[in-house]
Write a protein that binds this ligand. Structure first.
Ligand code: ADP
Ligand code: MG
Length: 323
């Protein structure tokens, strides 16, 4: 699919949605109970993530940014050089290298917070500041310093579609977190902390659809599957209704998607997609989710067994839903 191909360029900061993913995942990792995403012009002008997680102490805040703080990014080659270093622990410096970047952060028991401003990877300002506990990161004018990349950004609508997709996938996996998305100062999504997956799925997919979704769970020695499955008459004309996670991270994997659709076999009209939420917990040694810097694609040690288990789990869910 096109999203995979675009990402397969091997670059992580490829568009606003990739920035959103890295920032929101960090906020999730920081134990936040609420995460707000605020966008201007589809993220092309501004991406701001505000969380109430653990925050960073002043030294750690600088450390999180400093890896590339001295490298001035001017050309596409510079950018590719950064990505070739591998991306783990590189998200913040890489984003700060291609934007006007601002971080404010405070630990709950600290008396004051820290503000750090970086442009094109160059430290511009660092000082004490008053701010609530948690972290706020603002990314303005993505790729303003790399015209060759800036011109590949798409329309506000297209960039928003990618961001929305990313946001919904992350929100679905964390019912315990209150998620908000604002575009042009208009609240587009507001998902208060939900009691369970089915309630969160209702917020994400719409409550009219959710009534027909059935929970399923299956356990084998090497894999645990759980989620929600829709009967075949609940359809959408896009793949955006498949939410698949491996060990908590969203993935978009062609073979898993095919196994899901295979369970529906001929029940679906051509071009229609069921609504499925599938969490796969797999022993770490049986899966490699790092084949790709954005962690969207996965590689299974024994794909046959796992895909068969997926198919059977969905079939079971479908039977329970009255087919
Ligand atoms: P990684 O997530 O792979 O460690 P990042 O560049 O995304 O690398 O983040 C670097 C570090 O900055 C994180 O490991 C974390 O310690 C800290 N950090 C980033 N974002 C936040 C946040 N929202 N709240 C608290 N700490 C954060
Ligand atoms: Mg990160």
């Amino acid at each position: 699919d096109t999203l995979c191909n675009q990402i397969a360029a091997g670059e992580v900061v490829e568009r606003p949605a990739a920035v959103v993913k890295e920032l929101v995942e960090n906020s999730i990792d920081a134990g936040s109970r609420k995460i707000s995403l605020n966008l201007l012009q589809g993220g092309r002008k501004e991406i701001r993530v505000v969380d109430n997680g653990v925050g960073m102490d002043p030294d750690d805040a600088l450390l999180a940014l400093e890896r590339h703080a001295t490298s001035k990014i001017k050309t596409l080659d510079d950018l590719q050089a950064i990505h070739s270093l591998g991306f783990r622990g590189e998200a913040l410096p890489s984003i700060a290298a291609v934007s006007r970047f601002e971080l404010t952060t405070r630990e709950a028991d600290a008396l004051s917070g820290r503000l750090i401003r970086v442009e094109s990877g160059i430290l511009r300002d660092i000082r004490e500041t008053g701010c609530p506990p948690g972290t706020m990161i603002t990314v303005r004018d993505l790729f303003y310093n790399i015209p060759a990349r800036r011109k590949f950004l798409r329309s506000v609508e297209t960039e928003m579609a990618h961001i929305g997709d990313q946001f919904l996938r992350l929100a679905m996996a964390h019912p315990e977190i209150h998620f908000q998305l604002t575009h042009q100062e208009r609240l587009q999504y507001d998902f208060p902390r939900a009691g369970d997956l089915i309630q969160r799925a209702g917020q994400v997919l719409g409550f009219d659809k959710i009534k027909k979704l059935k929970p399923f769970s299956v356990q084998t020695p090497s894999i645990r599957l759980e989620g929600l499955v829709s009967p075949p008459d609940v359809q959408r004309a896009s793949g955006h209704s498949l939410f698949v996670y491996v060990n908590g991270r969203p993935v978009w994997d062609r073979t898993v998607n095919r196994a899901i659709l295979g369970a529906y076999d001929s029940m679906l009209p051509k071009g229609k997609f069921p609504m499925v939420v599938l969490f796969m917990e797999i022993q770490p040694d049986l899966v490699d989710v790092n084949v790709h810097p954005t962690k969207r694609e996965v590689r299974f040690r024994n794909p046959g067994e796992i895909l068969e288990t997926v198919r059977n789990a969905l079939l079971k869910g479908l039977l329970d839903s009255g087919r």
